[in-house]
Write a protein that binds this ligand. Sequence first.
Ligand code: ADP
Ligand code: ZN
Length: 207
Amino acid sequence: MRLVLLGAPGAGKGTQAALLKEKFNIAHVSTGDIFRENIKNNTPLGSQAKTFMDKGELVPDDIVMNMIADKLKEFKDNAGFMLDGFPRTVKQAEFLKTQTKLDAVILFDVPDDEIVRRLSSRRMCKACGGITDSSHKNCPSCGSSDLFTRDDDHEDVIKSRLKTFHEQTEKLIDFYRSEGLLLNVNASGTPEEIFNSVLDLLNHDKN
Ligand code: ADP
Ligand code: ZN
């Protein structure tokens, strides 16, 4: 199974990716995570990406497409994966089409005001990389108290990430609808509710 997870920042793509990974045993490829890993390790790719990420802008297509092309080489003919955070522009989507055949694109649909609420209370765990929110003092996954706010989860950057999504990434909804790949999930509920909708849609899609 080869999937793309599509949705605004904070729509819950990462959370659903973790659940899908457990259920279907497919790899989770997050371009944002790859960039953050590169920033942590002070690589040239990391420093290139950081200037854009800090402003809530997209990393230029050429950089991202090179990186993802390398990554996709790791997957043999029928190895499954889901792409989280890629593609984000029509150019990236056209490029992806030359690299692999997708089974479905899952769109996580959440209103903007809820996105802003979620992102401003989002916290990450330094110990395990897990995601939680400001109502927790400790990480629900590993118990660590080392929780922090991601650099781009501050209000001004959240606003520009949303703007970037509406201006560039939202076009992919029509793109994938016309390819007959789009599955639309109402992503306003709890992670479990959303996951059940995803499983339902994937099931129907098969029949
Ligand atoms: P979110 O979906 O919550 O915004 P991500 O972790 O997916 O977070 O991405 C963080 C940042 O990394 C983005 O705001 C952008 O700057 C950069 N980025 C990630 N994926 C891409 C991509 N496919 N194209 C361009 N920039 C990207
Ligand atoms: Zn943790």
